[in-house]
Ligand binder design. Sequence first.
Ligand code: SF4
Length: 342
Amino acid sequence: MNLFMPERVFFDPSSLKYPLGEELYHYFESRNIEIIKSSIQNVSKLIPGVDEQQKYARSKKTLVITVKKGLKLDVCKPSADYEFSLVTNCPGNCEYCYLQTTQGYKPYLRVYVNLEEIFNTIKEHIKKENKPITTFEVASSGDPLSLEHITGTLAKTIDFFGSMNNARLRVVTKFSNVDSLLPLKHNGHTRFRVSIGTRYIIKNFEHNTASFDERIEAASKIASAGYPIGFIVAPIMVYPTWKEEYTELFDRLRQQIDLTKSDEPVTFELIQHRFTPIAKTFILKRFPGTKLDLDESKRILKWGKYGRYKYVYPKETAEEIKKFLSDLILERFPQARIEYFT
Ligand code: SF4
C-alpha cells in the first residue's frame, strides 16, 4: 500500500497557533508540497477541477490543517457512548462510501491539530457520565490510520486512553500502516476493528485502501500486539462467487489471527450493502463505470431516522447472508461475539 501524500495543503491560520500545526507546516515545506494559507471557508472554491469527477479527485488529494471547533461530542449509539474526530474523510476512494453523501460537496481531508483541547473534552465527557467505563469511537467521520504517517495523532490518542481506567477507545480502519502503533502502552483500552471484505469487493470498489492481504496482515500484527481485535465485515455483497470468497476470508482470518494475546473476545459486525437515492446520484457522477449493484428493483426499502430510506437486500437474501456468515464465523471462532447484522 502506498502511503498517502497530498498534492496541496491548506493551513487554516488558527492551526498555526498549535505545536502540531507548526510541525505539519515544516513537514510539508520540507517536502515541497504546495502550501496555501487560507480560511477553511474558501477551500472548496480554491480546489482545481472543471467538473464533478475532477473536483472530487483533486479534493481527495487535498489536505486541510485546521482546529476542531464546537467540542461538544455527539452520541454514537450503539457502537460507543460518544464519537470524536482526529481527521475527517480519508484518502480512500470507496465507491459506496457513506461520506459521499454526508460530506458530498467537500470531500477534502481535514486534520485537527488542537489535540489537548480534544483530550480535555473527552475528560469532561467521562466526568459527566460518571460510569465505570465510557466508550469513544474515533472513526465515524474518517479513517485516522490513513493519515497517521503524517499526523501521529492516533498513537497519542491510544496512549492517552491507555492511561485511563474509566474510558475505552474504538478504532476502525481499511488501512494497514500499523507498525508505529504496535509498541504503544495501550493497556487493552483500544479495540481495533479492521474493516474487511472479499477480494472481489476490495479490488473493485475500495480504491486507494489496503489490499485484502495487507489488511489481514495488519490485523494479525494488531492482535499479536495484544490489542482487543474486531472485524467489520462491510459492505457485504451478493454476487456469483460470494460464498466461496467469504469462506476464503474467514479461513485466512482463522489461520493468521492470534487471539491469545488479549482477554477480550474477537468481535464481528456484519453490514450488508445498502444505498440511498442521493448516494446513487453521487456514485454515478463520480464513478460512471461502477460495477456496484444499484438496481432498486432487486432491493427492498428500509426506513431510517428522520424519514430517510435506503435500499437493502430482500428479507430472504438478508437472512441467507446472516446465517451463512454467522456459521462461517462461529465454526472458526467459537468464542467470537457477533455484535449485529444490519
Ligand atoms: S476507507 Fe472508509 S472513509 Fe475512506 S473512502 Fe473508504 S469507506 Fe470511506
